[in-house]
Design a protein around this ligand. Structure first.
Ligand code: GSH
Length: 317
């Protein structure tokens, strides 16, 4: 096990599929990490002290750097521990594209499918009715105008996509894009993992035997080695250690260093994060913000999938 410095601090919760994607990646890379459990719904004061308003799960903290969205977190973990690669050279383009498809298309079939009444009853077994009502209201507000498919539509889409995946494995390959794993495997695995957590509806996976064998191979990577950390301790680390990742605003991209800007996810949970632009490339947006409890932090987002605007002073994007 390699212990990088600064510590990798994953802010996540057990039932989050995108967190499972990262936990498996941490496992495949044999990394050690610190584990902060975040609330499953708003309010999330300790999350927002670090992110400035981004509420999605998971995010990764290194000292006073806060990295949002698993797409960017994967790039960072690859830099921390290049082997085994998430983007093996011969399949890097395909791996990124299949991961993006899985994070969007497959995920938005798998989640509504799993959340049909029998699946939701299993996932939330034992939860009091007030929790269920609050959770439903939180997600409805978070998804805003995003159209969610009906159970029938999600089931049809899911079966089609599972068949595609099964056929991808038809030649007996070990992983989706060949003999070595890539980011595509982890992005696909998170949705299957979520369905499997709901036994009353998990039978949908039964016909796809190569896919089930493949899932076991991916799950066997495990989660690496983690130790628990409180959110207060994570805030103290940010405050004491400050931002350390190199940042620079590249010229020619339409923005200048020092500008006050807003960043928001383009798809859902589009709460805007405000800050001073300190880094911009075609791949990454980095903001500096000062927080009472976290101190001066840099918050990083992938460029693709996020809207970047000069700050207009409005409360919401
Ligand atoms: N594109 C984001 C999507 C993350 C996402 O949708 N996460 C879900 C949980 S798996 C979420 O944020 N749910 C609401 C919440 O946790 O408050 C990523 O790759 O990190």
């Amino acid at each position: 096990m390699k212990t990088p410095h600064p510590h990798l601090i994953l802010h996540h919760y057990p039932g989050s599929p995108f967190s499972e994607k990262l936990r498996l990646i941490l496992g495949s890379k044999g990394l050690s990490w610190l584990s902060v459990t975040v609330p499953v719904m708003l309010p999330k004061p300790d999350v927002q002290a670090l992110t400035g308003g981004y509420r999605r799960t998971p995010f990764l903290q290194l000292a006073g750097d806060v990295v949002c969205d698993t797409a960017l977190i994967c790039e960072l973990l690859e830099a921390v521990q290049p082997e085994p690669s998430l983007f093996p050279a011969a399949i890097a383009g395909q791996a990124r594209m299949q991961a993006q498809w899985a994070d969007r298309e497959l995920f938005w079939a798998a989640v509504p499918y799993t959340m049909q009444p029998a699946g939701a009853a299993a996932i939330f077994a034992g939860a009091p009715p007030e929790f269920l009502a609050a959770f439903a209201a939180d997600r409805a507000a978070m998804l805003g105008g995003m159209k969610r498919p009906s159970v029938a539509d999600a089931t049809a889409a899911l079966r089609t996509q599972l068949q595609w995946l099964e056929s991808q494995l038809a030649d007996g390959r070990r992983f989706l894009l060949g003999e070595v794993s890539s980011v595509a495997d982890f992005s696909v695995a998170q949705s299957l993992w979520y369905i499997r957590r709901a036994p009353p509806v998990a039978g949908v996976l039964a016909p796809y035997s190569r896919l089930n064998d493949w899932f076991e191979r991916v799950a066997a990577f495990g989660h690496g080695r983690s130790e628990k950390l409180s959110s207060e301790a994570a805030l103290a680390i940010a405050r004491e250690q400050g931002p350390q990742l190199p940042v620079a605003v590249q010229p020619g991209l339409g923005f200048e260093a020092g500008q006050t800007v807003q960043v928001a996810a383009s798809d859902y949970a589009s709460d805007a994060v405000r800050g001073e632009l300190v880094g911009l490339t075609e791949e990454r947006i980095s903001l500096a913000r000062l927080d009472e409890r976290a101190g001066r932090v840099h918050v990083h987002f992938p460029r693709m999938g996020y809207s970047l605007r000069k700050d207009t002073g409005d409360a919401k994007s």
